[in-house]
Design a protein around this ligand. Structure first.
Ligand code: GH3
Ligand code: MG
Ligand code: MG
Length: 376
């Protein structure tokens, strides 16, 4: 059984780890895919930037602003070139210069919508644009939101070692959403697997609880809640009898109780008596309903105290003698007789030791009942 439980735990752990691994692998794949996609898009933007820069520097000799201002046809030509790079994702491609006040104004705009006119001011993130101006270095920002990818690529246009303007390429798409959607079925599969797995574990736990309950019921007496003979059989081979003293306890003239007050009254007495006994013994003592109105008590005695069972038996006898059982307003008094086997280790086995206690109990009955006998 234990071996079976160990295998179960191993299998469950293995499935758990596999699911976790699957989940993290999908997450990894998603981030790799997104990263890869971003790189492609950035490289594409850089390629566009390089081409546009090349186109400008071949026609502009000294100053981008003044030369473009004087040559509207050149503006048209370059804007035409820039607009050729516009796609459904690279929607805005424009070049701004910084005026004397530090504001940014249009030089060229290849965008097909919201087109900016020459010299018209545009509000931008000045801090960022100024940084590109002074550092002379390109800048890329990428933002992956839940369902959108935003990217801005800023490239300084350098003529004769001086930044004349900045080229901006804006990219936006819902490609992230696409990745998310394609991975969704995988996530859902894992979720369903996980839920099924939890249900299986739940069923296994319920089964384990039920089987434990059945097991407990099969060794417990329903009327008195004491252990039954099945239990005695089960422990008889494993229990170390030298650690116990054994006593058999029997209700005196119990038949009379049944005959006088009825069988149900007898049942009530048996159940109440069990409660009293249970309260007077310790957890590691064994308490078994041995026969109809006969109980077997195995008193744990590891310290080899010769008198421990005798003392408990005497206390029990006295307590029962003094107790009044109240059954449906009737006061019932009983007494008990007890036979003890103080040295069970002297016998071949547990059953022989019990037999001796039974003999002592018989003597107690012979001697008039309501008595404890431990030696013949
Ligand atoms: P003694 O003092 O010699 O032990 O006399 P006794 O009457 O107690 O012993 P006897 O063996 O003659 O009778 C035992 C009675 O216990 C007979 C039986 O009907 C009754 N009995 C056994 N099991 C149960 C039970 O579960 N419920 C009830 N109410 N009575 C039971
Ligand atoms: Mg009896
Ligand atoms: Mg009896």
């Amino acid at each position: 059984m234990r071996y079976f439980i160990k295998i179960n735990i191993l299998v469950i752990s293995f499935i758990f780890v596999s699911m976790f691994y699957l989940y993290t692998s999908i997450n990894d794949a998603k981030s790799h895919l997104t990263k890869h996609l971003n790189n492609i898009l950035i490289n594409q933007a850089k390629e566009y930037g390089k081409n546009i820069n090349g186109e400008i520097t071949t026609v502009i000799k000294n100053n981008l602003y003044s030369e473009l201002k004087e040559q509207p046809h050149l503006r048209k030509k370059l804007e035409y070139y820039m607009s050729a790079q516009i796609t459904q994702y690279y929607k805005y491609i424009y070049i701004l210069y910084r005026d004397k006040e530090g504001d940014y104004r249009y030089l060229l705009d290849g965008s097909k919508v919201d087109k900016g006119l020459f010299d018209r001011k545009l509000t931008v993130n000045k801090q960022l644009w100024d940084t590109v101006y002074t550092s002379k270095k390109e800048y890329v920002s990428v933002q992956n939101n839940l369902d959108n990818l935003w990217m801005t690529y800023l490239k300084p246009i350098i003529i004769k070692n001086r930044v004349n303007a900045i080229l901006s390429i804006d990219f936006s798409s819902n490609l992230s959403e696409g990745i998310e959607n394609s991975i969704k079925p995988l996530y859902q599969t894992i979720l369903y697997l996980f839920i099924s797995f939890l249900i299986i574990i739940f069923i296994l736990i319920i089964q384990a609880i039920l089987s434990l309950k059945n097991k407990k019921e099969s060794i417990t007496d329903t009327l008195t809640q004491a252990k039954n003979r099945n239990y005695l059989k089960k422990i008889s081979n494993t229990i170390k009898i030298k650690n116990y003293q054994i006593m058999l306890l029997d209700i005196d003239f119990f038949k009379k109780i049944n005959d006088t007050y009825g069988h149900q009254a007898g049942d009530f007495i048996l159940s109440e008596l069990s409660k009293i006994i249970k309260n007077m013994i310790r957890d590691h003592d064994e308490f078994i309903r041995y026969g109809g109105e006969e109980f077997l008590l195995m008193i744990y005695n590891r310290n080899k105290n010769k008198t421990v069972a005798r003392e408990i038996a005497e206390r029990l006898r006295q307590r029962i003698q003094e107790h009044t059982f109240k059954y449906e307003n009737i006061d019932i008094k009983i007494t008990i007789s007890i036979g003890i086997s103080c040295f069970p280790e002297n016998f071949k086995n547990l059953y022989e030791a019990i037999k001796y206690a039974d003999r002592m109990l018989y003597l107690a009955k012979e001697k008039g009942r309501n008595i404890v006998i431990y030696k013949s």
